[in-house]
Design a protein around this ligand. Structure first.
Ligand SMILES: [Zn+2]
Length: 533
């Protein structure tokens, strides 16, 4: 049994001490189930998802055999670390528990599947169990990194040999997707939708691929899990009671358009389905979606395949208008065709909901004008009812968050925040070390940060003149809260880390866009306070 890919055993690095608990390792690095049975038979070593091998004796022949086993199974052996026998026994026992859980949950007959198909299922199952939103497969020359996104942040889940990752990606596109006709080609961008049965339940994933230097990336977004819990109210998502009041008022309008904007992955679909739960069941609702992400039993959900023109959003939207609807939900406005269906639905006496990608609620107007809708049509009293913008912000774990003044790494920014928040700075918290309750993520899920505009008569006049600046000033004078205001409020409530907040709204300082960017203040700031670098 010789294999040229196996590196020779390295003498143990004297600087590495003996691993005795998870605290000595990456907290996310758990035992690799594929190797758990093999390791359990030996009892003196365990393989982690990163490829790291923990062993009682790094010089043992078993370590070398273990590497050969890993390579044969398509895995890449990583570091070899010495660990205590107690810790290794503990890890092997925990892997057994996880394995039992997943074995009983397996319903599909896996015997007829290829090993790549089984590998794909296992990966999706691990992701669903960890409540992650996206699986990133980054395939390069030798190695493929598998990273998971949870609460908006990526962490390394596993490393595979690139050959295995290429095969799994190809099998996903060629055998598992809805329209498995296209042949996977890593040299061109491709996308598809994939249903997979996990524990008897269908999990839908949206796949996208992009060529990269030395390989390609595949990202699988898990739809309908993660943050997107079913049946949540707008308040639970993070909307304020004032904002919910406006949205409820909008849902009761007989006709018009409610437009929801935000970046990709900002939870717009979840908000839309929460809005749909506000609709009385004496009303008929059609939703046009690409694909259907969450099943809502009180509405008629129409799946769209945007790859085929004859089944586009616009043509399905037009068809739904002939089906005696009260409400139409157009999954996404991407072009003039869909935008004009939205307008037509609104002016023919329906309430229409749709989403669009922008960076603010006001920005929806410019986006629609870009799509070819005239300002006079947009300012028609029958068209716009309300504009909503939302983003997601990570919430601090309440069990391990620390007062911002105590967080040593953040002293640099303290004087700047002191200036902005004044006395309130004492109620501001930052990310702590991570604890049991938050599984060392430092976070406790995410919350919506939103701004909601009710389109009133003055608002329509600003839209007609395309005076967005004037409109913004008017809204502020009416006591309207922007998502920037909401973000700062969450910081002073101790829910949001100010560093995370700056990732959303940019630098928090007295030099603000709102009051006019003051160039003279920069020198002063640089002298007395620390600006982020
Ligand atoms: Zn915690």
């Amino acid at each position: 049994m010789s294999n040229p890919e196996i590196p020779a055993p390295k003498p143990q690095d004297a600087s590495v001490s003996i691993v005795s608990s998870q605290a000595d390792l990456d907290p996310k690095d758990r035992p690799l189930l594929d190797m758990a049975d093999w390791c359990r038979q030996r009892g003196s070593l365990v393989v982690l998802k990163s490829g790291t091998i923990l062993t009682v004796n790094p010089a043992a022949r078993e370590v070398q055999n273990c590497k050969i086993m890993m390579v044969n199974r398509g895995m890449r052996p990583g570091k070899v670390l010495q660990a205590t026998p107690e810790f290794i026994a503990l890890l092997l026992a925990s892997a057994e528990q996880v394995q039992e859980d997943s074995d009983t949950a397996r319903v599909v007959d896996v015997s007829t599947m290829s090993s790549q198909q089984q590998r794909l299922r296992q990966l999706v199952q691990e992701a669903v169990a960890a409540n992650v939103s996206d699986i990133h497969i980054e395939v390069r020359q030798e190695v493929a990194k598998i990273r998971f996104r949870k609460y908006g942040e990526l962490y390394l889940h596993a490393e595979w040999f690139s050959r295995l990752a290429r095969e799994v990606a190809a099998v996903a596109f060629n055998k598992e997707t809805d329209h498995a006709t296209a042949h996977f080609n890593p040299l061109i961008p491709q996308d598809a939708s994939m249903p997979i049965l996990i524990s008897g339940q269908e999990v839908r994933l949206r796949l996208a691929s992009l060529p990269a230097h030395g390989g390609f990336d595949v990202v699988m977004r898990i739809l309908g899990v993660g943050d997107a819990a079913t049946g949540v109210t707008l308040e639970e998502l993070g909307y304020t009671s004032e904002q919910v009041y406006i949205i409820k008022r909008a849902v009761q309008m007989p006709h018009g358009a409610v437009l929801l904007s935000g970046p990709t992955g900002s939870g717009k679909t979840t908000t839309l389905s929460s809005c749909m739960r506000l609709v009385r069941d004496t009303r008929k609702v059609y939703t046009i979606e690409d694909p259907v992400e969450k099943v809502v039993d009180t509405v008629t959900q129409v799946p769209v395949n945007t790859d085929k023109d004859d089944r586009s959003f616009a043509s399905f939207g037009r068809a739904a208008l002939r089906m005696d609807p009260d409400y139409i939900v157009l999954g996404e406005m991407r072009d003039e065709d869909t935008a004009s269906v939205m307008i037509r639905a609104a002016i023919t006496g329906h309430l229409v909901f749709s989403t669009v990608h922008t960076n603010s609620a006001i920005g929806v107007i410019a986006r629609l004008v870009d799509m070819g809708i005239s300002p006079s049509l947009l300012s028609d009293t029958n068209v716009l009812v309300s504009l909503i913008f939302q983003r997601l912000a990570p919430k601090l774990c309440p069990h391990c968050k620390v007062p911002v003044a105590e967080a040593a790494a953040q002293h640099d920014a303290m004087s700047r925040w002191q200036q902005v928040f004044g006395d309130k700075v004492s109620s501001i918290y930052a990310r702590g070390p991570g604890c049991k309750q938050c599984h060392r993520t430092q976070l406790a899920g995410r919350t919506v940060v939103a701004e909601v505009i009710w389109i009133d008569e003055p608002g329509r006049q600003f839209i007609q003149k395309l005076d967005m600046l004037g409109w913004h000033q008017y809204l502020r004078s009416q006591g309207w809260q922007s998502y920037r205001d909401r973000t700062l409020a969450l910081v002073t409530e101790g829910i949001l880390d100010p560093f995370d907040a700056e990732g959303i709204i940019g630098e928090i300082s007295l030099i603000s866009e709102d009051k006019g960017f003051d160039y003279r203040k920069i020198a002063d700031e640089l002298q007395h306070h620390h600006l982020p670098t």
